[in-house]
Design a protein around this ligand. Sequence first.
Ligand SMILES: [Zn+2]
Length: 219
Amino acid sequence: MIRHHPEDELIVDFATGALGEGPALVVATHAAMCGSCRARVALVEAVGGLMLEDLEGEPVSAGLLDETLAMLDEGEDAATVAAPVAATDDREQVPEPLLRYIGRGLSHLVWRRVPGFPAIEEARLPIAAGVKAVLMRLKSGAVVPEHSHRGNEYSVVLAGGFCDGATSYGRGDFLARDPSHTHRPAADNDGDCLCLIVLDAPLRLTGALGMIVNPFLRI
Ligand SMILES: [Zn+2]
């Protein structure tokens, strides 16, 4: 069961093509696993089509966007079924929008350990300049060093799960973090966790280790 979804504004930006490649990849990957968000995107696209028709005729209703956002809120509790997790098959773990970014498969990516943290590996994905997109693999029970962000971080869980404070995340769950957040995610103890993470500015580690590790985490 997916419990964490993109905010309405992100869905609207995604559906209207206003989102950059990095965040759009995370939203598309989430939507591929989330029927509720696919419906939200389709609704915005339908409204966008009506607005274009209106442009040729009468002026667009000022309340149309508000009405659309209200409809999105109503639809948020729609039942959502996550695809089953398979340990080895890339296509089971990697939804369609992400497949073209991983080339020949997960095992062919260049995985590198995050310096100082042997339980965390990341593989960088090819994406637009100025954005960092990685697949991050956390070994069962691994803890990501406490960090904040200079920009926005968008994540979606592809396999396994983790906790961030009192909130737990599993396959399909979406997260957006801005510079006001400091967090320290910890992988669940019952298996490895695989996430897609997109950063539009470098991480800033806030703990003592940050002095050593920060230079390695730059975009
Ligand atoms: Zn969703």
